[in-house]
Design a protein around this ligand. Structure first.
Ligand SMILES: [Zn+2]
Length: 331
């Protein structure tokens, strides 16, 4: 997808300062139209123009109708926005100003997909994708209007661009949702928040991905906070319970300890018959020879759970499995 064309000859690149964090993803356009200049193709391309001393600016890359071109690594602070906090805390790309509607739409699609990927990678919602002029309104950028005039020429706005990014992310989230949990913990596992950078907080969202909003009841967790972990998803997110509020966090920041809290259950709702105790979680397993049946009201220790079945310990020593429908907590 993105190709590396690092501007090693650029003064900013040579200085090589690192970003302190990634708070915003900035959208620029060079404001040279009617000149049409592409990222790396054509005799007068941006790579040629910026990969040399004396340019006094740099962005993380350029995007045009042919693709995404990285001019600097995502860890580098670029001279992109005329403000030192902005330069140290933002990733930014220039969207090449093209001529025809067809060229513009291709560039737009490449850019939306790339900013969606940047949102995923940096755990940022699409609201953090802003134009240079919006960064100025927020007080951490020079007074430029880009990319608004460029977008306007094709009847678009930054709000439209964020919608496109949201749609690109939505596709990924819908796919993640469609995939069943890779592991469920029942009743729960214990999770401790770990691996955060110093001073960072962990976002708790309403769904498994950065395109979901923050959980109103409990939007952030700190290093060392403890949660109950209910499920883990194949996209690397986990569903957690925080004092009764259920939300989702990136499981990269959880130390999960599987532990079943053993409880006392009672055979119930048998309707006059007896409950089969099997050697495994399913009717395909045979009856447990040491204790094949339970009667209404019998007590057991519930020691685990799988696929709608409880693992039970009977009389303190026999371990078998019973259908979850017929066991209730003993008061
Ligand atoms: Zn700009």
């Amino acid at each position: 997808m993105a190709k590396a064309y690092y501007c090693t000859g650029n003064d900013c690149y040579k200085e090589g300062n690192r970003l302190s964090g990634v708070e915003y993803l900035i959208v620029h356009s060079p404001a040279v139209y009617p000149a049409v200049i592409r990222a790396v193709s054509g005799s007068n391309n941006w790579y040629k123009r910026w990969n040399k001393p004396g340019v006094e600016k740099l962005v993380h890359g350029f995007i045009d109708d042919t693709g995404v071109y990285e001019f600097a690594p995502h860890t580098m602070a670029c001279w992109q926005i005329g403000d030192s906090w902005g330069n140290k805390n933002c990733i930014g790309y220039e969207l090449c100003e093209l001529d025809t509607r067809e060229e513009f739409e291709k560039m737009w699609e490449n850019a939306a997909a790339h900013y969606a990927a940047l949102c995923e990678k940096n755990d940022l919602p699409p609201e953090r994708v802003i134009g240079h002029y919006e960064a100025h309104e927020k007080g951490f950028a020079s007074d430029h209007s880009d990319p608004a005039p460029y977008f306007k020429r094709f009847g678009r706005t930054m709000e439209d661009f964020r919608s496109a990014v949201r749609a690109a992310l939505g596709g990924a989230s819908a796919a993640a949702d469609a995939v069943p949990a890779s592991e469920t913990y029942t009743p729960w596992a214990h999770g401790t928040v770990v691996n955060l950078e110093k001073g960072d907080l962990l976002n708790v969202r309403t769904g498994p991905g950065v395109s979901f909003g923050l959980l109103p009841a409990w939007p952030k967790l700190a290093e060392g906070n403890e949660v109950d972990v209910l499920a883990r998803y194949e996209n690397g997110w986990a569903r957690v319970s925080i004092r009764g509020a259920e939300g989702y966090v990136n499981a990269r920041y959880l130390d999960i300890r599987k532990q079943y809290a053993v409880w006392v259950g009672k055979a119930a709702n048998l309707g006059g018959s007896r409950l089969n105790v099997r050697t495994g979680p399913g009717t395909g397993y045979g009856l447990l020879s040491a204790w094949p049946k339970l009667s209404e009201g019998n007590l057991v220790d519930v020691t685990g759970e799988s696929k709608g079945w409880y693992q039970v310990r009977i009389a303190g020593k026999y371990t078998g499995w019973v259908s979850r429908e017929y066991v209730i907590p003993s008061p």
